[in-house]
Write a protein that binds this ligand. Structure first.
Ligand code: G3H
Ligand code: 13P
Ligand code: ZN
Length: 352
């Protein structure tokens, strides 16, 4: 099976009512761990690379590793997606590399920090849609800005900032004006491990307060405008499991009190149109905990396979749980994959 278009994966997820994990990667072990978990659970999946990941891997390495994943797992529908593209040029570069889907995040200016105007977002997103759809490539956009401390992309808004949450009354106009295939919404999640401003009297972190009612309003407005089952995307969806924080700290780490998005909140979103769920931090934590454990318990070891192997196994275990909780497990063989050629015709017929 070649890489598949993300629009097809999300439409299939909408039909059957599940969510698809979009997992960030930077190296071989991460790709292998995700593919193994998806193969064993028969899960369609989105693997995504940020601009930072592409730079780190010198562009070509991630592309070639993804090709290896396709060759080794021909039965798994796999999307290669650009996460938080900051400009038309970045999206063009990813499409040139063979990505079947791109995100243009023009909720921020190209610096990845400054909150952009609505008009800038519409114009920039539209330019990417025009370019990508001619090639059959799916486009995810973002309306409203995420908080958080992401290195490469993020407004750095405080976690209780509500001014930049997605305005449900702008969504229909945005989707209509841009033609984007999927929309990332800002409902109070943020990137990274430190998503919450809420702590109990003992300093224990409590889950961040999300504006989940906005998802309901967004879905309702889209449906009323004729966009039935329009795919929404939740960024910043790591759960930051306390056991992973504890594992990292047990073996010499110094993570502060942290808490992420409870799975029940994600599942609430999935019931109301969230189809793509972005997870990076949890994977980073699983890997870090496993490596720290090897270093602490067997400091005499120095073969990278002795710690990268356990790191890969820890990520595999984490992904196994996620694909079951998101509901994508068991759905890999539900549909016949479309090609980018099929998607080109689809978009041409729609005139967009
Ligand atoms: O949302 C972004 C991901 O967590 C990627 O982060 O830019 O550090 O690769 P990165
Ligand atoms: P987390 O930091 O919560 O894993 O979010 C990742 C993300 O949204 C990538 O785009
Ligand atoms: Zn993100």
């Amino acid at each position: 099976m070649p890489l598949v278009p993300m629009k097809q994966l999300l439409d299939e997820a909408a039909k059957a009512g599940y969510g698809v994990g979009a997992f960030n990667v930077n190296n071989m072990e991460q790709i292998q761990a995700i593919m193994q978990a998806c193969k064993e659970t028969d899960s369609p999946v989105i693997i995504q690379a940020s601009r930072g990941a592409l730079k780190y891997s010198n562009l070509i390495y991630l592309k070639k590793l993804m090709e290896a994943a396709v060759i080794e797992n021909p039965e798994i529908p796999l999307v290669m997606h650009l996460d938080h593209g900051n400009s038309l040029d970045t999206c063009k570069q990813a499409i040139g590399l063979g990505f079947t889907s791109v995100m243009i995040d023009a909720s921020l200016l190209a610096d990845g920090k400054t909150v952009a105007s609505y008009d800038y977002n519409v114009e920039t997103t539209r330019s990417v849609v025009e370019y990508a759809h001619k090639l059959g490539v799916t486009v995810e956009a973002e309306l409203g800005a995420l908080g958080g401390i992401e290195d490469g992309h993020g407004a750095g808004l405080s976690a209780d900032d509500t001014a930049h949450l997605t305005d449900p009354n702008q969504v229909v106009d945005f989707v209509k004006s841009t033609g984007c295939d999927a929309l990332a919404v800002a409902i109070g999640t943020s990137h990274g491990a430190y998503k919450t401003m809420r702590y109990d009297k003992d300093g224990k972190a409590l889950p961040p307060a999300l504006a989940l009612d906005r998802i309901e309003k967004i879905e309702k407005n889209l449906e009323a405008a004729g966009y039935k089952s329009y795919p929404l995307v939740m960024h910043g969806s790591s759960s930051v499991p306390p056991e992973l924080v504890a594992e990292i700290n047990k073996y010499g780490g110094k993570m502060k009190a942290a808490m992420g998005i409870p799975m029940t909140d994600i599942q609430f979103g999935i019931k109301r149109g969230v189809r793509k769920i972005n997870v990076d931090t949890d994977g980073r934590m699983a890997i870090t905990g496993a490596i720290r454990k090897v270093f602490a318990e067997t400091p005499e070891k120095f073969d990278p396979r002795d710690y990268l192997g356990p790191a890969r196994a820890a990520l595999y275990n984490l992904i196994l749980g996620k694909v079951k909780d998101f509901g994508q497990a068991g759905h890999a063989k539900d549909f016949k994959p479309l090609t980018l050629e099929d998607m080109k015709k689809h978009y041409a017929k729609q005139g967009k």
